[in-house]
Design a protein around this ligand. Structure first.
Ligand code: ATP
Ligand code: MG
Length: 176
């Protein structure tokens, strides 16, 4: 790729991760090397299973072994999440410094910033340090305005309806 840009998929509607995974397929189809780093989500989702088993060309790494939401975690669980998230950030730094891919997707990284696992300043510095040819995709609700400022493409998924509001839990193969 000639010049990699910074993309953000944010907003409170469904579609951020699925858009990023869709982009990963498109890029891989054009023989671009794609790495997805997923933060804060536990391992059990269809995309992880599919990519790991069927499309090994798209690397996917997850950094949360626990299923609980952050807001109900006790100190010990939070500490574990913090350590795992830091491992994910270390891997991200390595991918960027060593120019390991053409498209790097940092899924749910807004949650990493918004929960204070890394400062906005340090995160922006990391994004800006990427090789010129690397495209970076950032996803998650509540994108920090400073991140929006440095991005080249920002899409907001707006919820008009979501089955969750009707009490329909996340469905296997659709929401997870
Ligand atoms: P998806 O992975 O389906 O593309 P997403 O990445 O946009 O969703 P996240 O904020 O990562 O959404 O939320 C993860 C889970 O919450 C998914 O199962 C998603 O379908 C669901 N979800 C997304 N938006 C909402 C909403 N407004 N209310 C309730 N659940 C939602
Ligand atoms: Mg998501």
């Amino acid at each position: 790729m000639e010049k990699g840009l910074v993309q953000i998929y944010t907003g409170n509607g469904k579609g951020k991760t699925t858009a990023a995974v869709g982009l990963a397929l498109r890029a891989a189809g054009r023989n671009l090397k794609v790495i997805i780093v997923q933060f804060l989500k536990h391992p059990d989702t269809g995309e992880v299973m599919c990519l790991t088993d069927k499309i090994p060309e798209i690397e996917i790494h997850r950094f949360n072994s626990q299923t609980k939401f952050i807001r109900v975690m006790n100190d010990e669980e939070l500490d574990k999440l913090k350590k795992e998230t830091e491992s994910g950030l270390d891997l991200t730094r390595k991918i960027i410094t060593e120019n390991k891919c053409d498209v790097l997707i940092l899924d749910e990284c807004m949650g990493v910033v918004n929960n204070g696992f890394i400062s906005v300043k340090d995160f922006i510095e990391l994004i800006k340090s990427r090789p010129e040819t690397m495209e970076i995709v950032l996803t998650g609700r509540d994108a920090d305005p400073e991140l929006v400022e440095i991005a080249d493409l920002v899409t907001e998924m707006t919820k008009i309806k979501h089955p969750y509001d009707l009490g329909i839990a996340a469905r296997t193969g659709i929401e997870k």
